[in-house]
Write a protein that binds this ligand. Structure first.
Ligand code: GDP
Ligand code: ZN
Length: 366
């Protein structure tokens, strides 16, 4: 449901479904309008992103044109692709060909959790894998990781019903390595999209819709999918360790019993989470957590280094400043406090950015 305009309660509100520099295609009431931003808005430097809700005026139904007069507040914003107001991420992975990769899927799941976006798993190419292998994976994700798992195959259109249901009424970002059948699934849902799929030799073609600008595709009525270009860096070197820890939602059950309130469950004594590894907590899952934490530690160390460097700079300034008035020294002390504050804020911001602005979803994990 579109939100209401803050300033113009009666203005029609539509959603941007494609953006090309300053031209935006807005869907309103089942129709499409080519829109530019009102001059006043353009001057403020704001951008209308794909997925944004916008208030319109000057609707011209004959020429399919209108004008954007307001961009409504965003709920979430993904950085790559730059899309706003994504409701969920659909992580697609085959069971066989290519073989299911827990680490790749978990990286995407954790990314979604860091962004505060719901994730679901689509186990694709189910015609290729034995039923019990598919069920085992679905069971693990549904029961242990609280992630709905949908099984699908383009060879069997009946299997697509659950997928359509999950996508309807939502804006979904697709994620998953190349070759797992993302484009094929979208084509199966809406053949008019004619997205390019990998040829029989296995060579992966870039989707025909892969442009520098994001677009939302309506794969079924009221089911919108963000056409995501590929992404590569899915390492957690941009995430602070405590944020990563919180993204492992299942730890919540044991975390209160750790000896330290800020326990990261690595080598701390009396850690209740680590004690579960090999028991209720899948050992392989815990080991992946440790791998991801090693990446996050790089982020923490980088911040520490940056912070130390600027403190050193300030100390030198102090030395140079010897002989200056007390007033100047006092000011410098303040600056240093301000600099510490900036670093702290930056650390907090970096650990939270992913909620505010989202991060890269995507494919090409290999
Ligand atoms: P993408 O890179 O994730 O978009 O994957 P593609 O859609 O390009 O598909 C990769 C390959 O998998 C293509 O050769 C498809 O024909 C094949 N494929 C996709 N979906 C299925 C499926 O459900 N069953 C089988 N057997 N093959 C599939
Ligand atoms: Zn612990």
């Amino acid at each position: 449901m579109p939100p209401e305009s803050n300033h113009l309660p009666d203005a029609p509100v539509g959603r941007v479904i494609a953006s090309h520099s300053d031209r935006h295609t807005v869907e309103y009431d089942g129709r499409r309008y080519e829109c530019a931003l009102r001059g006043l808005l353009r001057k403020t430097g704001v951008e209308a992103l794909c997925g944004d809700w916008v208030a319109l005026d000057r609707l011209d139904d004959i020429n399919g044109a209108a004008r954007i007069v307001e961009i409504l507040p965003r709920r979430v914003e993904l950085a790559r692709p730059r899309v706003a107001n994504i409701d969920q991420v659909l992580i697609v992975h085959s069971v066989l060909d290519p073989a299911f990769n827990d680490e790749a899927v978990e990286r995407l799941l954790i990314r979604a959790a860091l962004c505060g976006i719901d994730a679901l798993l689509c186990l694709s190419k189910q015609d290729l894998a034995p039923r019990d292998a598919i069920d085992a994976i679905a069971h693990r994700y549904e029961d242990h990781l609280n992630t709905p798992a949908i099984k699908a195959s383009i060879r069997d259109p009946d299997t697509l019903t659950a997928l359509v249901e999950a996508l309807t009424g939502k804006v979904t970002a697709l994620a998953g390595p190349s070759g797992v059948g993302k484009s094929s699934l979208l084509n199966a849902l809406n053949p008019a999209l004619r997205l390019r799929v990998a040829d029989v030799s296995g060579k992966i073609g870039r989707g025909r819709h892969t442009t520098r600008h994001a677009a939302l595709l309506e794969v079924r009525p009221h089911a919108w999918v963000a056409d995501t270009p590929g992404f590569s860096n899915l390492k957690f070197t941009d995430t602070l360790p405590p944020a990563l820890e919180r993204a492992f939602h299942e730890f919540a059950a044991w975390r209160p019993d750790c000896a330290f309130a800020n326990c990261l469950h690595l080598d701390e004594i009396d850690c209740a989470v680590r004690a579960q590894s090999g028991g209720e907590l899948d050992r392989a899952r815990y080991e992946r957590y440790c791998v991801f934490q090693a990446e996050a530690r790089e982020c923490a160390e980088r911040l520490k280094r940056e912070s130390a460097k600027s403190e050193y700079g300030l100390k030198r300034l102090d030395a140079v400043g010897r002989g200056r008035t007390r007033e100047e020294f006092r000011l410098k002390g303040k600056n240093r406090e301000a600099s510490r504050r900036v670093h702290r804020q930056r650390a907090v911001r970096d650990s939270q950015t992913e909620t505010a602005h989202g991060e890269a979803f995507l494919e090409d994990v290999e």
